[in-house]
Design a protein around this ligand. Structure first.
Ligand SMILES: [Zn+2]
Length: 353
């Protein structure tokens, strides 16, 4: 089968690898229909973080192709959405809703010999607890793209909003207008935020989608200027809830600086040298929450929101490539020519393929 291989900084190839096999009784093998490239994939692609040579990708939806003997809730042929992490769904951590920290969990596509999701087939550990089955087999391209967004980017944006305790009527701030930041805007709107201020780039296409999804103000200044502009727009108070969707030091500092006293900063950007000065939030009673999104916890609710046309997070994909051309997806995102690249791997209904 074809699999996306990371060969070192800036080097992605598609190579033939053995099709994964059931290794543990709770495993399933999923035939991938759609995959995508994550903003967090750019960290290793750019050489900012280390990843061993090997199979990558952690966002995929597809069809159950094979199940282990201890899998009871899934059948071959089921259409499933995967979270970017696997989880048993039964431990104390999962029961509390933090599937991304499951004691039997892990993250897909970490290089080496493990299975990545940017491939024709993926081995899914803890399949019953991990995969979310969606009934039906006839979905529009738009709906399929929105399902794909629930594997990570939309669930992560939603986690930012939930962690920041966004409430109806709030004036909120989203730091970052990458794919996750945009999904945080959509999530804040879904949770009833009245005013949504985005602190982002100067990229027009991102502003357009942010406004379509509910952003009311866009600030493109950085650092102290950005903080001042946000305060000017909130009578000097700062935002009722702040969603940090970048992970770098400047973005994290800005997120805490623009939080109103008593607000919570919801962090979903993977921290890169983003040390928080504990004294700054202390004196204004600013809280902090967040981390890797428990996508599996949110998927039932978000799938329903997609099917009810309440949200259309698939709009975040502005480039579609075939699996063979995935290197172009990485390059386009790296060069900011695309917000997020969707990767077509196979057809949902094999008969029509
Ligand atoms: Zn668990």
């Amino acid at each position: 089968m074809k699999s996306t291989i990371f060969n070192g900084k800036g080097n992605i190839s598609v190579e033939q690898r053995p099709k994964p096999i059931i290794k543990e009784p709770k495993d399933a093998i999923v035939r991938v229909v759609l995959a995508c490239v994550c903003g967090s994939d750019l960290w290793f692609y750019r050489g900012v973080s280390d990843l061993p040579h090997g199979s990558v990708g952690h966002e995929f939806i597809g069809v159950v192709d094979e199940i282990g003997e201890a899998v009871s809730d899934l059948s071959v042929g089921d259409f499933v959405i995967s979270p970017f992490t696997w989880s048993d769904g039964t431990c104390e951590v999962c029961k509390a809703g933090f599937h991304s920290a499951c004691i039997h969990g892990g993250v897909f596509g970490q290089g080496g010999e493990g299975d990545g999701g940017q491939a024709e087939f993926v081995r899914v550990p803890q399949a019953d607890g991990t995969l979310f089955k969606v009934p039906g087999s006839d979905f529009s391209d738009e709906t399929m793209a929105s399902f794909l967004a629930l594997t990570d980017v939309m669930s992560t944006g939603y986690h930012a909003a939930v962690s920041a305790e966004v409430e109806p009527g709030d004036t909120v701030a989203v730091v970052g207008d990458g794919a996750v930041g945009l999904c945080a805007v959509l999530s804040a709107k879904l949770l009833g935020a009245e005013r949504i201020i985005v602190l982002g780039s100067k990229t027009e296409s991102r502003h357009a989608l942010a406004r379509e999804w509910g952003a009311t103000d866009i600030i493109t200044a950085r650092g102290e200027d950005a903080v001042q502009q946000l305060k000017d727009r909130t009578d000097g108070y700062g935002a009722d809830a702040v969603m940090e969707c970048v992970g770098g030091k400047d973005a994290t500092d800005t997120a805490f600086a623009i939080a109103k006293a008593g607000a919570v900063v919801g962090r979903v950007g993977i921290p890169h040298d983003a040390t928080v000065d504990a004294n700054v939030p202390f004196f204004r009673n600013v809280g902090t929450r967040g981390g890797p999104a428990p996508a599996r916890f949110y998927q039932p609710k978000l799938v329903e929101a997609v099917l009810n046309s309440e949200i259309n997070p698939g709009r975040v994909f502005d480039l579609t490539v075939a699996l063979d051309d995935i290197a172009e997806g990485y390059a386009a995102m790296d060069e900011r020519r695309a917000i997020k690249a969707l990767v077509k791997v196979s057809e949902l209904n094999k008969a029509s393929a």
